[in-house]
Design a protein. Structure first.
Length: 136
């Protein structure tokens, strides 16, 4: 009898602790009604690629000299990606590199700055050296 009473009390204490810890994890919104929301600098950046090349091209973001793979732009097609804000450099700068599968060379863009709400369009030409990038 004593054992079951002790066990019931332990279960009650554990249940109470779980309920209280669950409610402690709730976070209130960071803005109050009537206040403007902060700039969403952490929003993803849309990337539109129009590949005119005859080869599939692997797309990378180059940050601090390190390429990070984004995806593949298939030959003679268009594709859309969403670049997470963490891939952007300081000051929201981005540099792209395209490496053709089964080919040599590649295309490396200049560094471009992307503000919140803007997107990137990159056109890969048959001669990758003539490729063009734009921010809109």
């Amino acid at each position: 009898m004593r054992h079951s009473l002790l066990q019931a009390r332990c279960q009650a204490v554990l249940l109470t602790a779980l309920v209280l810890s669950g409610s402690a994890c709730h976070h209130a919104p960071t803005t109050t009604p009537g206040q403007p929301a902060p700039d969403d600098a952490s929003a993803a950046v849309p990337l539109e690629i129009d590949n005119h090349n005859w080869l599939d091209v692997i797309i990378y973001v180059v940050r601090d000299g390190q390429p990070m793979r984004v995806g593949i732009a298939n030959a003679s097609s268009s594709v859309n990606f969403s670049l997470p804000a963490r891939l952007l450099g300081q000051g929201r700068e981005v540099r792209l590199w395209g490496h053709p599968i089964g080919g040599t060379g590649g295309a490396l863009t200049e560094s471009v700055v992307v503000q919140p709400g803007q997107w990137i369009e990159w056109t890969l030409e048959t001669d990758l050296d003539r490729s063009a990038i734009g921010v809109y």
